[in-house]
Design a binder for this molecule. Structure first.
Ligand code: GUN
Ligand code: ZN
Length: 465
C-alpha cells in the first residue's frame, strides 16, 4: 500500500490569470481545508476535506497547519555549473562569460568537482521550493551526466542537455560539432524519458555557435523530434550585434534560430529582453516559449523584459520564469517574482502616459503588473504549460506528479512576521483574497526562507532546519 495524503490549505491554478483581467480569482483553485491524496507519487484525489475526506478514511495522512501549500516551482532557465559563481561583480554579459563563467564551468569536466557542484545545485533548488527545472550544463559531457544521475536519485523532473559552444569562447571550453553530436546521441539514448528526465538540444547561444553547430542541432531535432530545445535569445545589445554580424542574412535574432528549424513547440529562448514586436508575434504563432529572467536581467544590466507585450492576448507568448542563476544572483523563484514585479512596475509607469501621453497603452501597462496570482501561476502551471510538461506537473490535477511546496508566511526577514499578522489575523487564509494577500507578502517581503518544506512525488525532500 503506497497511498498517503496531506491535509492543509491548498492553492493552485486551473487557468491563466492574464485571461481574467479584473477577475483573476476565476483562475485560482483554493481550499482552506483541503486534502491531496497520492498513490506512488501520483495525485489520485484532490479537493475540499469536507467533500472527499470520507473517501479516504484510514489513509496515512500528514496534517500541515498554518501554511499554504502550492505546486512545486518550475525554474525555466538555470545554469548548474554556475552554482559557485553567482553574484560576480561588475560586468555585462559577454565579458562576464569570459571572466567569471567559462573558467568556472571548465572545472565541471572533472567528475569529482561536477559531483560536488551538482549536490550544491540540487540542495539549493529544494531549499528554494523548485522541483522542476530546465538547465544549462557545460560543454563537457560529464556535467550533464552528473545532472541526470542526481536528478534521478532525487526523483526530480529535469530538462537538460550538453550545452554546446564552438566559437567566441577559449579553445579549452569549446566542443566540436562532431563531438557534440556523438555525446548528445549517446546521452539521449541513456537519459531521455528515463524516470523524470527529459533531454534538451542546447546550443548555448547563437553568438557561440557556428553554422555547423547549428546544423548539428537541427539534425538532432530532426532525428529526435520529441526533444526539447533550450538556448538564449536577445539578452544583451552587444551580443545581438555580434549575432547579426555572424548571420547577415537574418534580419533579427529569432530569424537565426528559425533558419535552422529550431523554433516551435518545446523551444525556449532565455531572456528575450530586446525582442521586437514582430519576433514576439512569430514566437507566439510557433508555439515556442521565452523565459523571463528578471534577477539576471537586472544583475547583468541586460534590460527590462516587456511582460505586458509578451502577454498581449493578440499574440500571447508562452512564458516560463527563470532564475538564470548565476547570471541571476538568487536560486529562489520567490526572488524572481520580487524582481519581476519591480520590472513590471517600471514598464507599467513607462506605458501609463505620464511621460509621453501619445504612447499611453493602458492595457499593456496593466498587463505588466505582476499580481500574486499571475506570479505564482507563472512559476507553476504557466511554466509547465510553456515547457509542454503540464501533463506531468504544474497543478494538483488528478494524474499529475505530487510535487509541492509548503509556504510559511511568517518566515523570512525580521519584518515579515508582524507584517503578515496584519493579513492573517484569524490564523490562516480562509478566502482566495486572503491567500492572495499572503502570497504577495511572501513574494515581496520574504524569500526562500518562506519555504518550510518541499515535497517531491509525494515525499518530503526538504524541511527547513
Ligand atoms: N548567454 C550565453 N551563455 C550565457 C550564460 O551563461 N548566462 C546568460 N545569462 N546568458 C548567456
Ligand atoms: Zn542563462
Amino acid at each position: 500500500m503506497t497511498i498517503s495524503a496531506v491535509r492543509g490549505t491548498f492553492l493552485d491554478f486551473v487557468d491563466d490569470p492574464w485571461k481574467h483581467v479584473g477577475d483573476e480569482q476565476a483562475a485560482v483553485r483554493f481550499f482552506a481545508d483541503g486534502l491531496l491524496v497520492v498513490d506512488d507519487g501520483i495525485i489520485v484525489d484532490f479537493g475540499a476535506y469536507d467533500e472527499i475526506g470520507s473517501r479516504h478514511e484510514g489513509v496515512d495522512t500528514t496534517v500541515i497547519t498554518d501554511r499554504i501549500i502550492v505546486p512545486g516551482f518550475v525554474d525555466g532557465h538555470i545554469h548548474l555549473p554556475q552554482t559557485r559563481v553567482l553574484g560576480a561583480y561588475g560586468e555585462q554579459l559577454l565579458p562576464w562569460l569570459q571572466k567569471s563563467v567559462f573558467p568556472e564551468e571548465r572545472k565541471y569536466a572533472d567528475r569529482e568537482y561536477a559531483q560536488e557542484g551538482t549536490r550544491h545545485f540540487f540542495d539549493n533548488l529544494l531549499a528554494s521550493g523548485t522541483t522542476t527545472f530546465q538547465a544549462f550544463t557545460s560543454s563537457a559531457p560529464v556535467c550533464t551526466e552528473e545532472l541526470f544521475e542526481e536528478a534521478s536519485r532525487r526523483n526530480m523532473r529535469a530538462i537538460a542537455g550538453i550545452t554546446a559552444i564552438d566559437q567566441n569562447a577559449p579553445d579549452w571550453f569549446t566542443i566540436s560539432p562532431q563531438d557534440y553530436y556523438a555525446a548528445a546521441t549517446e546521452q539521449i539514448e541513456r537519459y531521455h524519458r528515463k524516470g523524470r528526465n527529459l533531454y534538451a538540444i542546447t546550443p548555448r547561444f547563437a553568438f557561440g555557435a557556428t553554422t555547423e553547430l547549428l546544423e548539428t542541432c537541427q539534425r538532432l531535432k530532426q532525428e529526435n523530434p520529441d526533444l526539447w530545445v533550450h538556448t538564449h535569445i536577445s539578452e544583451n545589445p552587444a551580443e545581438i550585434r555580434g549575432v547579426l554580424d555572424l548571420h547577415p542574412d537574418c534580419t533579427d535574432y529569432l530569424g537565426m534560430y528559425e533558419k535552422f528549424g529550431l523554433v516551435g513547440p518545446k523551444f525556449t529562448g532565455g531572456h528575450g529582453v530586446w525582442l521586437s514586436d514582430d519576433e514576439f508575434r512569430r514566437i507566439s504563432e510557433s508555439g515556442a516559449a521565452v523565459t523571463f529572467c528578471p534577477c539576471s536581467n537586472l544583475f547583468l544590466g541586460s534590460g527590462l523584459f516587456r511582460l505586458g507585450k509578451a502577454t498581449d492576448p493578440e499574440h500571447r507568448v508562452r512564458l516560463t520564469f527563470g532564475t538564470d542563476m548565476g547570471g541571476g544572483n538568487r536560486f529562489s523563484m520567490i526572488n524572481v517574482l520580487e524582481d519581476a514585479y519591480k520590472v513590471g512596475m517600471l514598464n507599467n509607469c513607462m506605458l501609463d502616459g505620464s511621460l509621453i501621453p501619445s504612447q499611453q497603452n493602458l492595457a499593456e501597462s496593466e498587463r505588466n503588473k505582476l499580481s500574486p496570482f499571475r506570479g505564482f501561476w507563472s512559476i507553476t502551471q504557466g511554466g509547465a504549460e510553456a515547457l509542454y510538461i503540464d501533463e506531468f506537473v504544474g497543478n494538483f490535477d488528478i494524474g499529475k506528479e505530487a510535487d509541492f511546496v509548503v509556504l510559511d508566511w511568517t518566515a523570512g526577514p525580521p519584518a515579515v512576521a508582524w507584517h503578515a499578522s496584519l493579513l492573517a489575523e484569524q490564523g490562516g487564509p480562509q478566502t482566495v483574497e486572503q491567500a492572495g494577500e499572503l502570497l504577495f507578502s511572501i513574494m515581496m517581503v520574504s524569500d526562500e526562507r518562506a519555504v518550510d518544506e518541499t515535497w517531491v512525488m509525494g515525499r518530503r525532500a526538504y524541511r527547513k532546519a
